[in-house]
Design a protein around this ligand. Sequence first.
Ligand code: TRP
Length: 330
Amino acid sequence: MEVQKKRILTGDRTTGRLHLGHYVGSLKSRVELQDEYDTFILLADIQALTTHFEQPELLYSSIFDVTIDNLSVGLDPAKVTIVQQSAVKAIAEMTVFYSMLVSVNALRHNPTIKTEAAQYGYNEMSYGFLGYPVSQTADITFCNAHLVPVGEDQLPHIELTRKIVRKFNDMYGTHIIEPQAKLSQVSRLAGLDGNAKMGKSTGNAIYLSDTSKEVEQKVRMAVTDPARVTKDIPGTPEICNVGKYHRIFTPDQCDNIWEMCRTATIGCVACKKILAGSLNTLLDPMREKRAYYEAHMDEVREIIVSGTRKASAIGDAQVDSMREAMHLKI
Ligand code: TRP
């Protein structure tokens, strides 16, 4: 008998194209784990609405952009299931059930909600925004996912998911899986401008869809060790953005590059050239896959439609057993 693989569910908001921060934070582990786990990738368009409800065109085009971003990094559509969140009705139903088990205060004190609310300048949060971690709990549990590959900013949400699931199971005697976070090795990529986090909204991102020229240009503009005003002043690579990027993207030569920086035997211009080269070496095969999918949009659409259909059937069965357990079935 074939042993059922454990499931992964993870997702991306459909608020624009994905960047290197998404890659090192989550996409890379998705690719590594796709053989071992039955993998679901959620196109989180409902969660995107919580902050971008006034931009329906952006949300629509991002459904396709985010799908192609995921496929371009090497997720195999024959192995993984790509799902449009808003089309899986079970997620909406489960969100309502779960919402009874969470206090408004717990959501208000969620550190990621706080950070994001500040970032978006919300004085007053919408009910939908404040509650998105509850919806994310439904995302993860409609298919009984075991593992959620995420960056560290998502940990409070996974913690909340586990609490809600435990409560629900205790109360109704169900066996919904309590998922675990899988933190990536690099859980937060700083922006090349020195900003703490690479972000879509902060203008400091290198997109997976950037051309090699764009990558070169962005790296050329990157902020480096501010004390290294001229080339003959020794640098401090561990505090330099470009230095930190080498640790991640040029691991084999990194010690060497850091030593040359410390001894002022390499200048920032040359050091940046090496980094742009490393990034383009990583991105080149992705560009090739992207070009294929961009020329086959019907195939991309079909991947989303069939994945969503499969997910809906799984979600319907999950909601059905929950309704049964809650004595809601007449
Ligand atoms: N909140 C995640 C982010 O901002 C996106 C997301 C939505 C997600 N649903 C999910 C991540 C379910 C993991 C599991 O990146």
